[in-house]
Design a protein around this ligand. Structure first.
Ligand code: COA
Ligand code: AMP
Length: 619
């Protein structure tokens, strides 16, 4: 590691056992761990003999400690005109009863439960109800179509599926019941029961045998939290990889709670009783960690926001929430800021609000361009902090830590290594590169607590994807560069994963869907730079003869129907040929270069170089 280590980072790397034992002691364990760090197949396992329960940490403990009347969660929904507040005591009651509903459905420790819900309080109640009894939840983002839901159902084989009548987007309602019915029809291992939160905005007719969320909760007896082993999986969260099949990231329990508690104070600089708002969705890792678990474990007030940065009703939406609820620290994706800047470039809607509570604004989920960051900093007059992490890690890897004595952010970089992470930038052969040279971002083992345990049902993919490429290190899949002062800039994925409006999507998966169209001979999907969304997918298709231009619409519809509207193709180009190597591999880098207006880097293995000129004319 060439970057300068501050004392905390240094200690966390040199004495990880001691460091994390101290952090873990801030939680109330049911069995205090003695076995702090062990290794299993080259990967770190934390607090093996400890026992703890996430729901108890998030709720019961605060009620027991006299904070039962503090507001735990605010549901703020501009799309329905609702603001509802839940104290810790009220939330605990709902969660304990919902755990009772799950028990009554035969859900036992270790059973999986899928949660396919919009941004409503019942999504968090369902998550906390699951972990209360040791059930493993898998939240599926409400923007995914039936096929994606079916793939996840079959991979984790849930006993119960929890859903709602639907979600409300800016200008339309998304009816979930037909999507869930279709997903169940497509799946080989359907859930035994389905529980539905019926919403006033929908006329819901429950299919036979499906249960109503509210009446089930009212009828249920509350259930106490059961202590589970620290390494017991708390959840599976599917994320996009480099193949067509999403991978189920498995999170532990005790390590996760320890890391989240640490991150709230050390990275976000938040104290118990303060208001922390992550404007994301429970379907993503940000929602798991920083809408639900971390703020509640820390005793903060969290916000479930059912709305957008713009159009609900305008580009001042976020600042209304900050003012009304006295948000101290906020977190969102750069795309959201770009969207509001486009509509309110002078920031007049920001100045209409009293934002004196706001101390820090965090951004993550995709690379933040410097003009966006500087614009927001000028508008808000508070530190705007870019930071880098992934579904796999569950909490930040690189950041400017606001809990440090003299935090100093640097626009353009994602910050410095967070305590626990020994980061190196290496070349193809695994050798550390010179400061200032771009390379692969890797993390030396052991990874700190909270990071993924494995991939559900697929330990081989876990090893092959993350551990074997650079032995002794975790491979992040991102490229980056470090400077003399230890600031790290993340330059983007080095694989076929793209990031669209902060949503991680696989171009390989889109290609598989596009290829199912009968008029297509071969295709490629690549990401190109987009001013608003960071990246957007583009499809290049070679069609069978006689196919008309209607195929462009059909292909896009196919992707929207199979994956979801968030994967909408920006454009479908019909081309004569795709550039390939002599062994028949499509040269996606060449396509990316041509589409992004760069001079293409043509490898010597190219089969026919004239294809590139042909493409330049066609695109
Ligand atoms: N359920 C159902 N559909 C959804 C959805 C959800 N939860 N979220 C998005 N969609 C749909 C949209 O309705 C839209 O459908 P359409 O093509 O039929 O109109 C499509 O998916 C694309 O949506 P989106 O990517 O949100 O683009 P947009 O142009 O509607 O909005 C932004 C642009 C910038 C306002 C929006 O992308 C945004 O809020 N981004 C921030 C994302 C974020 O916070 N990510 C968190 C990661 S940490
Ligand atoms: P996800 O797992 O959905 O959170 O997506 C993680 C990926 O998003 C990372 O591997 C990066 O490619 C990208 N990403 C997240 N945060 C940042 C950031 N601050 N800067 C650059 N890229 C980021």
């Amino acid at each position: 590691m060439k970057n300068q280590l501050n004392e905390t980072l240094k200690r966390s790397i040199e004495e990880p056992d001691e460091f994390w034992k101290e952090q873990a002691s801030k939680l109330e364990w049911n069995a205090v761990p003695k076995d702090i760090l062990t290794e299993e197949n080259g990967h770190s396992v934390w607090f093996r003999d400890g026992k703890i329960n996430l729901s108890e940490q998030a709720l019961d403990i605060h009620v027991r400690n006299g904070s039962g009347d503090r507001v735990a969660m605010i549901y703020d929904s501009p799309v329905t005109g609702t603001v509802t507040k839940y104290t810790y005591r009220e939330l605990l009651d709902k969660v304990a009863r919902f755990a009772g509903v799950l028990k009554a459905q035969g859900v036992e420790k270790g059973d999986r439960v899928i949660i396919y819900m919009p941004m409503i309080p019942e999504a968090a109640i369902a998550m906390l109800g699951c972990v209360r009894i040791g059930a493993v939840h898998s939240v599926v983002f409400g923007g995914f179509a039936a096929h994606e839901l079916a793939v996840r159902i079959d991979d984790c084989q849930p006993k119960v599926l929890i859903t709602a009548s639907g979600g409300i987007e800016v200008d339309k309602k998304i009816h979930y019941i037909p999507i869930v019915e279709e997903a169940i029809k497509q799946s080989v291992y359907p859930p035994h029961s389905v529980i539905v939160k019926q919403r006033l905005q929908f006329d819901t007719v429950l299919p036979g045998g499906w249960l109503d969320f509210e009446s089930a909760v009212t009828d249920a007896d509350p259930v106490d939290a059961i202590p589970v082993e620290s390494v017991h999986p708390s959840y599976i969260l599917y994320t996009s990889g480099t193949t067509g099949k999403p991978k189920g990231i498995v999170r532990d329990t005790g390590g996760y709670a320890t890391a989240l508690r640490f991150s709230m104070e050390y990275i976000y600089g938040v104290s118990p009783g303060e208001v922390f708002w992550a404007a994301s969705d429970v379907g993503w890792v940000v929602g798991h960690s920083y809408i639900v678990y971390a703020p509640l474990i820390t005793g903060c007030t969290t916000i479930i926001y059912e709305g957008k940065p713009v159009r609900t009703p305008d580009a001042g939406a976020f600042w209304r929430v900050v003012e009304e609820h006295g948000v101290h620290v906020m977190f969102t994706a750069p795309t959201a800021i770009r969207a509001m800047r486009r509509e309110d470039p002078e920031g007049s809607l920001i100045r209409e609000r009293q934002l004196k509570s706001l101390r820090t604004q965090f951004l993550a989920g995709e690379r933040c361009d410097t003009p966006t960051l500087l614009w927001l900093r000028d508008q808000l007059g508070v530190p705007v902090i870019d930071h880098w992490w992934q579904t796999e890690t569950g909490w930040p890897i690189v950041a400017t830590c606001m809990g440090e004595d003299h935090p100093k952010e640097r626009a353009g970089a994602a910050g410095k290594a967070v305590p626990g992470y020994a980061i190196e930038i290496v070349d193809e052969s695994g050798k550390e590169v010179q400061v200032g040279t771009e390379g692969y971002v890797v993390i030396r083992q052991p990874l700190p607590p909270g990071n993924l345990l494995t991939i559900w049902n697929n330990p081989e993919r876990f090893k092959a994807g993350y551990l074997e490429r650079f032995p002794g290190y975790y491979f992040s899949g991102d490229g980056g560069v470090i400077d003399d002062d230890g600031y790290i800039t993340i330059t983007g994925r080095v694989d076929d994963v793209i990031n669209v409006a902060g949503h991680r999507l696989s171009t390989a998966e889109m290609e598989e869907v596009v290829a199912t169209h009968s008029g297509i001979v071969e295709c490629a999907v690549v990401g190109i730079t987009d001013q608003l969304k960071g990246q957007v997918p583009i499809a290049l298709i070679v069609t069978t003869s006689g196919v008309g231009e209607e195929i462009e619409k059909e292909v896009n519809q196919l992707v929207r129907n199979t994956i979801g509207a968030i994967a909408t193709l920006k454009k479908v180009y019909r081309v004569k040929r795709l550039p390939k190597t002599r062994s028949g591999k499509i040269l996606r880098n060449v396509l990316r270069d041509v589409l992004n207006g760069r001079e293409p880097r043509i490898p010597s293995t190219i089969e026919d170089i004239t294809v590139v000129d042909e493409l330049k004319e066609e695109l």
